[in-house]
Design a protein around this ligand. Structure first.
Ligand code: CTP
Ligand SMILES: C[C@](O)(CO)[C@H](O)COP(=O)(O)O
Length: 221
C-alpha cells in the first residue's frame, strides 16, 4: 500500500495544484520512485485524498489500484485500516511516497529480513549517515536482535512490512501508524533492518535538489 493521500503542506506552492506524489524528481514523479521500490509486489494499492484526479489516472496506468479517503482524510493508520477490505488479511508492505533511494529495492530488503514468528512489523531504517535532506533526527533505537524502541539512532525510511493485528480495536477513525507501533513496541514485536543504500527525504522543497544530486552521484559511480 502506497500512502499518497497527504496534503504535502511543507512543499508550499509546489502542492497548490498537484499532490506531493506527482512532484517530479530526476524526470519521474515521486510516486514512480516509490513504485520502483515495490516492483516485485504483484498487487498494489494507493490511498488518495488531496488532489486525487491526475494521480489516480497515473496510478491506474501503472497497474496500481486506488482507494479514495472521502469525505475525511484518515492519516496513515486510518488509511491502512480503510484499505484492508481490499488488501485482505495478513502482512502488507506500506510505503510513503516522498523519498528517493539508492541500493537494493525496499521490498527485497524487507522480505529477506521478515520473520512473522517474532515480528508484527519490520521497518526499513537508515543510519543518519545514509540519509540526505532529512533534518528531523532519528525515530528509533535498534538492539542487536533488530528489536526497536523509541530513540534517535535510526531514521524510518517510510517503508515497512506490517501485520495490522489489533487495528480494528482502535476507536478513532483517523490515527497515525505510530499508534500501532507503540503497541508493538510494548509487545517486543517491532523490528527494524538497515537499508543498504542512501535515502533522501523529499517531504520539503529543499529535498528536491538534494535528491537529484544523490541520484546523479549514483549514476556517475
Ligand atoms: N493523512 C495522511 C497523511 C499522510 N499520508 C501519506 O503519508 C506519507 C507521510 O506523510 P507526511 O509527510 O507526514 O504528510 P504530508 O501530508 O504528505 O506532508 P506535510 O507534512 O508536508 O503536510 C506521505 O506519503 C503522505 O502522502 C497519507 O496518506 N494520509
Ligand atoms: C508514520 C509515518 O508514516 C512516518 O513517516 C508518518 O509519520 C505518519 O504520518 P501521520 O500523518 O501521523 O499518519
Amino acid at each position: 500500500m502506497f500512502f499518497a493521500a497527504g496534503f504535502g503542506t511543507r512543499m508550499g506552492a509546489l502542492t497548490n495544484s498537484q499532490p506531493k506524489p506527482m512532484i517530479p524528481v530526476a524526470g519521474q514523479p515521486l510516486i514512480d520512485h516509490a513504485i520502483a521500490q515495490m516492483a516485485q509486489v504483484d498487487r498494489k494499492l494507493a490511498n488518495l485524498h488531496y488532489r486525487p484526479d491526475a494521480l489516480e489516472t497515473h496510478l491506474h496506468a501503472r497497474g496500481v489500484q486506488t482507494i479514495r479517503e472521502f469525505p475525511d482524510i484518515l492519516e496513515t493508520g486510518g488509511g491502512l485500516r480503510n484499505a484492508l477490505p481490499i488488501l485482505g488479511d495478513g502482512p502488507v508492505f506500506t510505503m510513503n511516497t516522498d523519498a528517493v533511494w539508492t541500493g537494493t529495492a525496499a521490498a527485497t530488503q524487507l522480505l529477506r529480513a521478515w520473520d512473522p514468528e517474532k515480528m508484527d512489523a519490520l521497518l526499513l531504517l537508515a543510519r543518519p549517515s545514509q540519509t540526505r535532506g532529512h533534518t528531523g533526527g532519528g525515530d528509533f533505537e535498534m538492539d542487536t536482535s533488530g528489536r526497536l524502541t523509541r530513540g534517535r539512532g535510526a531514521v524510518y525510511t517510510g517503508a515497512q512490512i506490517i501485520n495490522p493485528i489489533g487495528i480494528d480495536q482502535i476507536a478513532e477513525p483517523a490515527f497515525s501508524l505510530n499508534l500501532l507501533w507503540e503497541k508493538m513496541i510494548a509487545r517486543g514485536r517491532l523490528f527494524g533492518t538497515y537499508h543498504d543504500g542512501l535515502w533522501c527525504d523529499v517531504g520539503h522543497p529543499k529535498g528536491l535538489a538534494i535528491a537529484e544530486d544523490m541520484l546523479a552521484g549514483q549514476r556517475h559511480v
